[in-house]
Design a protein around this ligand. Structure first.
Ligand SMILES: [Zn+2]
Ligand SMILES: [Zn+2]
Length: 468
C-alpha cells in the first residue's frame, strides 16, 4: 500500500509537508513553515509562545497533530504521551524557510536528507541568527530553555545529484533543479506502486535552466504515476524576466551615478549576489555586506562550484554597525561579532559615506537606520531586487520604504527575476512530464493546471490519497 497525505502547502504558497507512505516506510517531503497560515493568527507583536513549547503551534494548526513526529521535550511540555518517532526520513528540497524551518520541531532521531550546498546554507543561517524555536533545523536546545544545556544535533545526511538513497522500501533519486537558492533538488522516488516525482521549487528562466531540464527529462522517462508539482505563479501573467536582465538594468542604473547605491536582495540567492558583485566590479565599486550576511560568504565560499568570494576578498567590505556605546569601540562587539573587529575590510557608516562612489551596499529596508549615519547626498540610489509586495503587511513596509526614500532624496528602482517558474513554463513542464496524476502544491490556484494536464487532484489537506 502506497499513499500521499498533504499536511501543508495546500492552497498556500509554501509550508510544504507531504507524507509519503509505502509499506512500512514513511517519509516526509519537506517540513516547512507556512507563512500565510501563521499570518492568519499572528503578526509582529503576537507570536506563538516559545514558553508554551509546541502547544501554540499545534492548537492553531501551524503543525499537524500527528503522533511519532515531534521532540520528546516538546511533547513532555505539552503533557502528551512520549512515543518513539515513527518517520523514517525527511527529504528536504532546499534551504528556504517555507520548506525547511519546521524541521525544528521534529524528533532528533528522524534523519534529514539534504543537498551538500543546502547544508552549508543552513549552517550559515544557524550561525548568523539567534536561536528561535521556529528556526532550529540543524540543532536545537531542549525546552524549557536552559542556556547551560548543549544543543542537540540532528542526524543530517547530505547528497549530490547522481546519488541514490535507499530508505526502507523506497529508492530516492535527488536531481538538481534551478531555483533562487543554490543546492535545490527535486526527487524521483521509486515506490512499490511505481515512480513518483516531486519538483520542490523550480524555474526555467534562471541562470542554469538545464538543471531543471535534467529533472523534467528524467521524470518524463520514468512515466510517473504521480507528480507533486509547485505552482506558485501558475495564475500570474507571463513576462520577460531573467537574471541577465536584472544585471543589465542594474548596471545601467549604477553606471549613471556617483552617489551611494543600495541594493536590497536576499543573500541566499547566490545568482543575485553574483549579479551585484559583477555590477559593482564593472563600476569600480566594492560590495558592502552586513555582518549577518558575511556568514553566508564564509560558508558558501567553501563550495568551489558556487564561485562566492570569502569575507577577505578584495571586492568585499563588511559594514560595521553601531552597537553598545555607539562609538565603534572594540568592546561593543561581542560573541560571534568579535570575529569581524579589526579586519582590514571592515568599514563603519562614515567610511562608507566618504567612499560613496566606490561602494555598492547590499542593504535593505531593515538596515535603513544606517542612512542616518551615512547621510547620503540627494540622488542616491536604492535598487529593490526582490519580489514586489504581495500582502498587506508588505504594502505597509513599502509605504515606509517610500517615506525613507523621500526623506533622504533617494531614487528607487525595481529589478528582479523570480525564483519560481512562469505560468507558461509550468504548463509546459506538466505537459511534458505527463504523469498519470498531478498533485499541485505550493499554490493558491491548483485548478489552473487543468489547462495542461488531465488528472489534476485539487488536494484536500490531511486526506489520504492511496495508489492502487
Ligand atoms: Zn517554497
Ligand atoms: Zn524556495
Amino acid at each position: 500500500m502506497t499513499s500521499l497525505t498533504f499536511y501543508g502547502g495546500v492552497n498556500e504558497i509554501g509550508g510544504n509537508k507531504i507524507l509519503l507512505e509505502d509499506k512500512d516506510t514513511k517519509v516526509f517531503l519537506d517540513f516547512g513553515k507556512g507563512f500565510s497560515r501563521r499570518a492568519k493568527f499572528f503578526e509582529e507583536y503576537i507570536n506563538p509562545r516559545a514558553a508554551n513549547g509546541i502547544q501554540d503551534f499545534l492548537t492553531m494548526g501551524l503543525l499537524p497533530d500527528v503522533k511519532g513526529l515531534y521532540r520528546d521535550d516538546l511533547m513532555k511540555m505539552a503533557e502528551r504521551k512520549i512515543v518513539e518517532p515513527d518517520i523514517d526520513a525527511v527529504l528536504l528540497t532546499h534551504a528556504h524557510s517555507d520548506h525547511a524551518d519546521y524541521i525544528s520541531f521534529l524528533h532528533e532521531k528522524i534523519p534529514i536528507y539534504m543537498g551538500d550546498t543546502c547544508h552549508l546554507i543552513l549552517q550559515a543561517i544557524e550561525e548568523r541568527s539567534n536561536r528561535q524555536i521556529e528556526r532550529e533545523v540543524l540543532s536545537y536546545r531542549e525546552r524549557p530553555y536552559n542556556k547551560k544545556d548543549d544543543p542537540i544535533k540532528r542526524k543530517i545526511n547530505t547528497f549530490r545529484t547522481g546519488d541514490k538513497l535507499r530508505i526502507g522500501s523506497l529508492e530516492v533519486e535527488p536531481i538538481h533543479v534551478d531555483h533562487s537558492v543554490p543546492g535545490a533538488y527535486g526527487f524521483i522516488i521509486y515506490t512499490s506502486a511505481g515512480p513518483i516525482g516531486y519538483t520542490g521549487d523550480i524555474r526555467l528562466h534562471g541562470t542554469i535552466p538545464q538543471m531543471t531540464r535534467d529533472f523534467i527529462e528524467r521524470a518524463k522517462n520514468e512515466k510517473l504515476i504521480a507528480l507533486i508539482m509547485e505552482g506558485t505563479r501558475i495564475a500570474d501573467d507571463t513576462r520577460e524576466e531573467s537574471e541577465e536582465l536584472v544585471s543589465k538594468e542594474s548596471k545601467k542604473i549604477v553606471s549613471a551615478t556617483n552617489r551611494l547605491v543600495l541594493a536590497d536582495f536576499n543573500f541566499k540567492d547566490v545568482d543575485r549576489l553574483r549579479t551585484f558583485l559583477k555590477v559593482g566590479k564593472e563600476n569600480d565599486r566594492k560590495l558592502v555586506v552586513k555582518m549577518n550576511d558575511a556568514y553566508f560568504l564564509k560558508h558558501l565560499s567553501k563550495d568551489p562550484k558556487l564561485n562566492v568570494p570569502d569575507i577577505d576578498d578584495e571586492d568585499i567590505i563588511i559594514y560595521l554597525q553601531k552597537k553598545g556605546s555607539g562609538k565603534y569601540q572594540d568592546s561593543d562587539y561581542k560573541g560571534r561579532d568579535k570575529e569581524f573587529v579589526g579586519r582590514h575590510n571592515v568599514w563603519n557608516a562614515q567610511e562608507i559615506a566618504k567612499n560613496e562612489s566606490k561602494v555598492l551596499c547590499a542593504m535593505g529596508f531593515y538596515s535603513f537606520t544606517a542612512l542616518i549615519d551615512m547621510k547620503p547626498k540627494p540622488g542616491a540610489i536604492y535598487i529593490h531586487s526582490a519580489s514586489e509586495p504581495y500582502n498587506e503587511e508588505q504594502e505597509i513596509s513599502q509605504e515606509r520604504i517610500n517615506a525613507w526614500m523621500d526623506h533622504f532624496g533617494i531614487h528607487k528602482f525595481q529589478c528582479h527575476c523570480s525564483g519560481h517558474a512562469r505560468s507558461n513554463d509550468l504548463l509546459e513542464i506538466v505537459g511534458e512530464i505527463n504523469a498519470r496524476t498531478l498533485y499541485p502544491v505550493h499554490t493558491e490556484h491548483p485548478e489552473v493546471y487543468k489547462r495542461a494536464a488531465n488528472n489534476v487532484i485539487e488536494v484536500i489537506e490531511e486526506r489520504l490519497y492511496p495508489f492502487s
